[in-house]
Design a protein around this ligand. Structure first.
Ligand code: FE2
Length: 342
């Protein structure tokens, strides 16, 4: 399996990871043979890279299943769109799908592993889902109870729902916001809290995640300038997950950072902005070399990461006499990853 730019993908290769539309529908399922038409279609949709393989092999899955990912994406999208239309919000469907997610995450040795495969115009839902998954894995690794993980994940999935109350012209503006627009933008945590508080089935703590996700340890955040202990644990988790995803998904004006670069940058911002404990927790929860990374090994061969858990990284050799062979790298093994190449 490889993660290739669309231009290098040939007809007849097999899709190794499903491709989802913005609304959560599966556009192309894992294992499908790529035709000229499919490739052309994906190009017009702004896809730049895909995971592909040369054989219709069973591609290893770990973590959130395609089906759950697709369901959570569509249910989050629906509540966001209803919030934008000022309709009564019903969180039942999101609550139900979070239950599936918890089952999948609790039952497996999961690390957050999603490599950006698209360049959508609207990142809001995808970003929300990714932050939800990262926060959930962090909650699990911290030893939170199932009930707590659900509260945390609901808050993480919906942390930006307040943006739906802000004018599109501000949300979609390219370039710098005026002072006034910036002030409007800074109200989205409060709007989110107001949309979520008191909703049936939703914990007030989940609403507080939306309210507090832009606060910072030293009081420099917004909207209330809370600091340290005034910020709830769930919000501390979501603020690092949110920043991590923004850095690694190319949403901001800067270049997209790799996982280890984002972790280094967040570490540099602790303890002023983030609690160091939370950065450590994030580092234990996201894959340093996500599936699809091409890595240099300390025997000077090149490998492709095919599966990652907390215990080990599986790679397939791309060079050398073992080319094509798959092995598991353990933390205490002799063979190690030196750095990521692409
Ligand atoms: Fe936000």
């Amino acid at each position: 399996m490889r993660y290739l730019p669309l231009d290098e993908i040939e007809e007849g290769m097999f899709l190794a990871r499903s491709v989802f539309g913005e609304d959560g529908r599966t556009l192309l399922a894992r294992g499908v043979k790529l035709t000229k038409n499919y490739l052309r279609e994906l190009k017009t949709m702004d896809y730049t890279h895909l995971f592909v393989g040369d054989r219709p092999e069973e591609f290893e899955e770990n973590g959130i299943s395609d089906q759950t990912y697709s369901q959570v994406l569509s249910s989050v999208r629906e509540v966001f769109l209803n919030a934008a239309k000022n309709q009564n919000l019903d969180f039942k469907e999101v609550l139900a799908v979070v239950d599936f997610m918890v089952d999948e995450v609790l039952n497996e040795d999961v690390m957050y592993n999603i490599v950006e495969i698209s360049k959508h115009d609207n990142y809001t839902y995808l970003h929300s889902v990714k932050v939800g998954i990262i926060a959930m894995i962090m909650g699990k690794n911290m030893g939170l109870t199932r009930k707590q993980i659900k509260e945390l994940t609901m808050g993480a999935l919906l942390h930006d729902i307040g943006k739906m109350c802000i004018e599109n012209s501000i949300l979609e503006k390219k370039g710098h916001l005026t002072y006034q627009e910036y002030e409007m933008m800074r109200l989205h945590p409060k709007y989110g809290f107001e949309l979520m508080r008191g909703a049936p089935g939703l914990s007030l703590l989940s609403a507080h995640v939306a309210y507090q996700h832009h606060e910072r340890e030293d009081g420099s955040g917004y909207p209330r300038g809370l600091n340290g202990d005034q910020i709830h644990l769930y919000a501390k988790i979501v603020m690092v997950a949110d920043s991590y995803d923004a850095m690694t998904s190319g949403r901001s004006y800067r270049r997209t950072l790799w996982s280890h670069e984002a972790l280094a940058e967040l570490t540099a911002d602790a303890p002023e902005k983030y609690e160091p404990k939370m950065i450590k927790l994030l580092a234990q929860s996201v894959a340093l070399y996500p599936v699809g990374s091409v890595v240099l090994l300390n025997n000077l061969e090149v490998g492709l990461v095919t599966n990652v858990t907390r215990e080990r990284v599986k790679i397939e050799f791309l060079t050398g006499t073992d080319k094509g062979k798959r092995i598991a790298l353990k933390a205490n093994g002799l063979l190690k990853i030196v750095r990521r190449l692409s």
